[in-house]
Design a protein around this ligand. Structure first.
Ligand code: BGC
Length: 761
């Protein structure tokens, strides 16, 4: 008979205090990729003595089995729960989360998470530390690479899709893994874009921008969340009882597990709110953090704290129950080995199907920013219209960088490099000449930092040749070719954790290369690999075609070749604004109006920058949120509302047509934003409320229909972080529709006493 809640009650009744505390201890035995300076020791001995509840970072089925066997020899045989940082794939690496969000294709996102779940489960992983749903508007923060970008609506849809993909419909199935929404919460708003830094957020921003993806993920059934490293308005999240327990658990109804982040409990001392390890543990547990990751302060101090009356045993029991509940949901009490056994039979790793999905994901995530004279797609290799391609740049032959940050189990050896993908696509019909052209960066100290996670192959190798010699080789290749494809950008660890930047430019040696390539006069396609929005003003001028390919993972070579030759439509749209320059950040399309709005160019005594040229949109960045070109040529008809005066719980229907004026099929992402021009508080100028991916045949017209309810109009009026009040107000609303957040057409309606259901998202 399947174990149930009664079984857990009985088990808890038999547990000693120290066994309960053992369940709260979450450790890593160490390995190749660590994200802190501390690792746990004596892991095997601690399992034998019931002092570990969960392990993360175990890299093989064999090791999982060895640890689980030890747990099965303990008095109560409580199974261990295994977790891993499966962020954008386990072995088949998909494009970065930011890139997957750029697909605006939630079926695809869900499918990638399903594959990742199966691959991870097959080596015995029960829980993945994903999805990361921190909304971020400051691309200096390197972890924007792991996030769905700047918008709470897009991030919410992303959160749901990822959770559904990981968990499937039944978490107890051997191929399902528990999702972990992270980092709860506010982590993307650190001062100066610095990782781990303090976050100050108004209660309304917390409720309207930061919490929605967590709420959406919770409603999709996420079994766990992870506390974030930052302080929120002065209170470190690992000690933030108000937000974790009072707000998320009690008011919003979250009933899953809360895990700490790496040494996050111990860091309460450094934050200046705990006097010692015991104090830190007490604060963390009382805040509602059930499992202490790596720091072992719970293990070392909680028993004494109960004895001295600092905390009650009931708090420990409650946390322990949540750990056991998670294990119950995962089917571990019925069979602690069921994922391993299923995996051995199913062998789902790096299958042809998984690779095919990864390949499709590359095109879906690629964002075309410029395509002068329809340079792309390139002529078919066998058309006779193209004889030679110069493939240049430090990433042309690269495998190590392609998986991007946070691909801890992904291997460079399984990557299809860009040169291989291109050569396979052209066969013998076209010659492909490669040249490195430039180092990723020239500074050895910076290279050392960027190679932090590399132990076999380095991601940044500084060439023995001079920069001039490398450029000369690339220029010679370009001169001899019909078209140059330059692949430039960041090293994989230039974004990610602890990789904040003060500059958002492509590194200077690569810029020099692009300038030299431009001077050849040959058509220039610039492919940018990046984990964050970059400032690409100069590249926009230099390139004839400019593409953001992010870090595309295992199948980057095939996927990019599909895009370049038009076998697949690049259908990505920016999930975050690309700024004009670093000084513009934080930047978002969804900013509030100011009393002195910019007229679009600099004007004294209006909001903007005195040192930005006139042709630059002052406050909107260079490429707006939602921007991206397809290979089609799509025209938007005017949006039409079925009524312009609404009341109460009326439904508004807005319809428009989109027409593909081009001769090839395309995919359009139709975006709907709402603006609330007069309200009791100043509201963002536009907020994304719906979008649709529309497949358009050549020369075809499709009608697109959106339904808007009063729920789409409400906003937070919170005065404290725990205040859940929302309000819908009577008045005018502008319904903007367009291909991105900037180029929209609007229809105005008035809505009298809109009655929202008071949802929180
Ligand atoms: C990161 C988390 C990650 C954890 C475990 C931390 O440094 O912030 O996102 O899940 O390490 O590796």
């Amino acid at each position: 008979m399947k174990k149930d809640k009664d079984f857990i009650d009985g088990l808890i009744g038999r547990m000693t205090l120290s066994e309960k505390i053992g369940q709260l201890n979450l450790v890593t035995p160490g390995g190749e990729t660590l994200t802190g300076t501390v690792v746990n020791t004596d892991v095997a001995d601690k399992i034998r003595t019931g002092r570990i509840g969960g392990i993360f970072g175990v890299k093989s089925a064999e090791a999982v089995r060895v640890f689980q066997d030890l747990a099965q020899k303990t008095r109560l045989k409580i199974p261990l729960m295994f977790a891993e940082d499966v962020i954008h794939g386990q072995k088949t690496i998909f494009p970065l989360p930011l890139a997957l969000a750029a697909s605006w294709n939630m079926d695809l996102v869900r499918a990638t998470a399903r594959v990742a779940a199966q691959e991870a489960a097959s080596i015995g992983i029960d829980q993945v530390y994903s999805p990361m749903v921190d909304v971020c508007r400051d691309p200096r923060w390197g972890r924007i690479a792991e996030s769905p970008g700047e918008d709470p609506f897009l991030a919410s849809r992303f959160a749901e899709a990822m959770v559904e993909g990981y968990q499937g419909t039944d978490l107890s199935r051997p191929d399902a893994v528990m999702a972990c929404l992270k980092h709860f919460c506010g982590y993307g708003g650190g001062m100066g874009g610095r990782d781990y830094d303090a976050v100050d957020l108004s209660p309304t921003t917390l409720h309207d921008v930061i919490l929605p993806p967590f709420v959406a993920g919770m409603r999709a059934g996420a079994g766990s969340i992870m506390a974030s490293f930052n302080t929120l308005n002065g209170v470190p999240m690992h000690a933030n009882r108000t937000v974790i327990t009072e707000l998320f658990r009690k008011r919003l109804g979250y009933d899953g597990l809360v895990v700490a982040d790496y040494t996050g409990i111990l860091e309460l001392i450094a934050h200046g709110i705990a006097s010692d390890r015991a104090d830190a543990a007490r604060l963390g547990l009382s805040a509602g953090v059930d499992m202490d990751m790596v720091s072992e302060t719970y293990l070392e101090t909680l028993e004494d704290s109960v004895k001295t009356g600092l905390i009650g045993e009931d708090e420990i029991t409650a946390a322990c129950r949540r750990v056991l509940d998670a294990k119950l949901k995962l089917g571990l009490f019925d069979d602690p080995y069921h994922r391993l056994d299923w995996g051995r039979a199913a062998q789902p790793i790096l299958t042809a199907g998984n690779r095919q999905l990864a390949r499709e994901a590359v095109a879906a995530a690629t964002v075309v920013l410029k395509n002068e004279g329809n340079l792309l797609p390139l002529p078919a290799p066998d058309s006779g219209r193209i004889g030679g391609i110069a493939l240049v740049g430090p990433f042309a032959l690269d495998r190590v960088n392609m998986n991007g940050t946070w691909a801890v189990a992904g291997s460079p050896s399984t990557v299809v490099p860009i040169a291989d993908g291109l050569r396979e696509a052209v066969g013998n019909a076209v010659s492909v000449t490669t040249a490195k052209g430039a180092n990723i960066v020239d500074e050895t100290w910076l290279a050392t930092r960027l190679n932090v996670h590399d132990w076999k192959d380095l991601s940044v190798v500084i060439d023995v040749r001079s920069p001039e010699a490398m450029i000369a080789e690339a220029v010679a290749a370009a001169t001899a070719a019909d078209v140059t494809v330059a692949v430039v950008g960041e090293a994989r660890e230039y974004s990610g954790e602890s990789s904040s930047r003060t500059d958002l430019s492509i590194p200077e040696p690569q810029k020099k290369l692009l300038r030299a390539l431009k001077a050849t006069g040959k058509p220039l396609v610039v492919v940018v690999l990046t984990g964050r929005p970059l400032a690409l003003a100069e590249e926009t001028l230099l390139a004839d075609a400019l593409l953001i390919a992010w870090f595309g993972g295992t199948e980057i070579g095939h996927g990019l070749a599909d895009v370049l030759f038009g076998k697949a439509e690049p259908s990505g749209r920016l999930p975050a604004t690309f700024p004009y320059c670093v000084g513009q950040v934080p930047v978002t399309y969804a900013h509030r109006p100011t009393g002195r709005p910019t007229p679009g160019r600099f004007q004294k005594f209006t909001s903007g920058y005195v040192d930005l040229p006139d042709e630059v949109a002052q406050n909107d960045g260079l490429y707006p949120f939602g921007f991206g070109l397809g290979y089609g040529n799509v025209a938007y008809g005017p949006p039409r509302a079925n009524r312009t005066k609404l009341t109460g719980d009326d439904r508004l229907e807005v319809t428009l047509t989109v027409t593909n004026l081009g001769d090839r099929p395309t995919s359009e992402t139709v975006q709907l934003y709402i603006g609330d021009p007069v309200a009791s508080v100043s509201r963002p100028v536009k907020e994304l409320k719906a979008f649709r991916k529309v497949a358009l045949a050549a020369r075809a017209t499709e009608a697109v229909n959106f339904v808007i309810t009063a729920d789409d109009l409400d906003f937070s009026v919170a005065e404290t972080v725990a205040d859940l009040r929302r309000r819908s107000e009577s008045g005018a609303f502008d319904i903007h529709i367009g291909p991105n957040s900037r180029d929209t057409q609007a229809v105005r309606v008035t809505w009298d006493e809109p009655q929202s259901r008071g949802k929180q998202s």
